[in-house]
Design a protein around this ligand. Structure first.
Ligand code: PLP
Length: 478
């Protein structure tokens, strides 16, 4: 049946265009350089809690907090008040040379969440900048060791990963689709090994420990191939977000790769921009792996969408080396540790702590998992449902036995996203589309990552609307 569907892809494309015309308003009226120059996206007038209100009158359930960003929901007046108070006290200072109470308090609060495992926090504006800073910090660490190791110029990361959009961060990522256009200008000093993806990578007759052993050996082989003493760090997301639809590593994976990093003296960097800051039920995803990274990047849930803020946390090994070396980090930005952004993030983090929201992430996460598996586990085109906490991905396949992805022309994930937004004239749902690569082929998934404040009733609504959007999409194709 699905072959017929592919044969009718062109029909679907015209249907999609028909849907688009309902969704999009035309491209000529806006001066904004939107990602898609052909369309002008919906305009969002306001937001509160888990709802967006579009200017066309639609009320849309924000089931993903944007891209796993809005962790306490929209429009919390306590954050507005904190921003306003900071603005009145100090709007800006150049944080390369000065500090201020809000950045001091935020960084201390962040370090406190690591139980002393991390030494310092460095605050920037985006996850991509955090990854760039992490890369430079790794390099500087090896240059500042008592016996410098200038030959360490390389990184090893993973296929099917995303670490940001700037050239260094994009080079680190292994997402084929996002790299393709820029491949010739990406860094040749970064190579990629297989991700830990039980659904696609683990053989059916393979035990978890054998799978872990195989991946650790692949990493070890890669160290050997490129020269073990040339590698600064291995970089990985503990739960892969946008590039692989909320894929957690199997048990023991991170312990095994940490062993390999230690064997060759390389640093371990964990990218927690999407999966961190409570999203998976613990403040840091690494807490569930029993492994502490040397450096971790954070973002999204740090400021909960109230301010553009991200950062990195650096461990004692790295900070002590710099302290005993040059004494300074050779990096800096105009808007680093912006006082207003820090005040917003601090308030968001205080709300998470004071309201015990991590318990809700764990409890509602379990409920969301149950509902998704009950409602979609047997769906003929749902290959896998995976995630942790309030961070869930649904992968679509055209054949559940072979796990073959859908034809890219169908753009299933985007079709579901669009269908969700336009379920009815006044109701919609926002799920996050992704086309992570499946064994070198672009597949389809959607992400569900609601606010940590989500209730059982809201989860019921999210699951109902998601199922409706999925069914309506495949009905369009039939
Ligand atoms: N790292 C991960 C794991 C991400 O998911 C993202 C963004 O989606 C980034 C880095 C880049 O963050 P930003 O878009 O804030 O630059």
């Amino acid at each position: 049946m699905i072959d017929e569907v592919i044969a009718t892809a062109s029909t679907f494309e015209s249907q999609a265009k028909a849907n688009d015309s309902k969704i999009f308003l035309g491209h000529k009226t806006s001066a904004v350089f939107h990602r898609d120059l052909r369309y002008e996206p919906f305009k969002i007038a306001s937001a509160s809690g888990i709802y967006f209100h579009f200017t066309n009158g639609q009320k849309v359930v924000d089931a993903t907090g944007g891209a796993a960003v809005s962790c306490i929901g929209h429009g919390d007046p306590r954050v507005r008040d904190a921003i306003s108070a900071q603005f009145d006290a100090l709007d800006y200072c150049h944080s390369m040379f000065f500090s201020c109470p809000s950045s001091e308090e935020l960084c201390q609060a962040l370090i406190d969440t690591t139980n002393g495992q991390m030494a310092k926090a460095y605050i920037v504006c985006s996850g991509s900048e955090a990854m760039e800073a992490a890369m430079k910090l790794c390099r500087q660490y090896f240059m500042e060791l008592p016996t410098a190791q200038p030959q360490r110029t390389r990184f090893i990361a993973r296929k099917q990963s995303y670490h940001g959009t700037t050239i260094g961060a994009l080079s680190m990522g292994g997402h084929v689709g996002r790299r393709e256009m820029y491949e010739p200008i990406l860094s040749p000093n970064i190579s990629h090994v297989s991700p830990c993806n039980a659904y696609r990578g683990k053989l059916s007759d393979e035990s978890t420990s054998a799978y872990v052993g195989r991946l650790a050996k692949e990493l070890d082989d890669e160290f050997q191939r490129v020269g073990p003493d040339t590698v600064c760090a291995f970089v990985a997301e503990p739960v892969v977000g946008a590039a692989l639809g909320c894929t957690p590593a199997v048990e023991g994976y991170f312990k095994a790769i940490k062993y390999v990093c230690d064997k060759y003296g390389a640093l371990l960097v964990m990218d927690e921009v999407m999966c961190g800051m409570g999203r998976t039920g613990t403040m840091h995803a690494w807490e569930q792996e029993g492994v502490v990274p040397d450096i971790q990047t954070i973002g999204k849930g740090l400021g909960g969408g109230y301010a553009p803020v991200a950062g990195l946390l650096a461990g004692h090994r790295v900070i002590n080396t710099l302290r005993e070396g040059s004494g300074r980090f050779s990096h800096g930005q105009t808007y680093q540790a912006h006082p207003v952004s820090c005040a917003a993030a601090l308030q968001v983090q205080q709300i998470i702590q004071q309201e015990g929201l991590l318990d809700n992430v764990t409890n509602m996460g379990r409920y969301l998992e149950r509902c998704l598996k009950q409602r979609l586990g047997n769906h003929r085109y749902v290959g896998d449902i995976r995630g942790r906490g309030l961070f869930w991905g649904i992968e679509f396949v055209k054949d559940k036995v072979t796990k073959a992805p859908f034809d890219r022309k169908l753009d299933i994930c985007m079709a579901i996203h669009n269908r969700g937004l336009s379920l009815s004239s006044n109701k919609g749902i926002l799920v996050y589309p992704g086309n992570g690569t499946a064994d070198g082929v672009l597949g389809d998934h959607i992400l569900i990552a609601p606010a940590y404040t989500v209730t059982r009733e809201q989860i019921n609504l999210i699951v109902d609307l998601t199922v409706t959007a999925i069914e309506a999409t495949f009905a369009d194709l039939a």
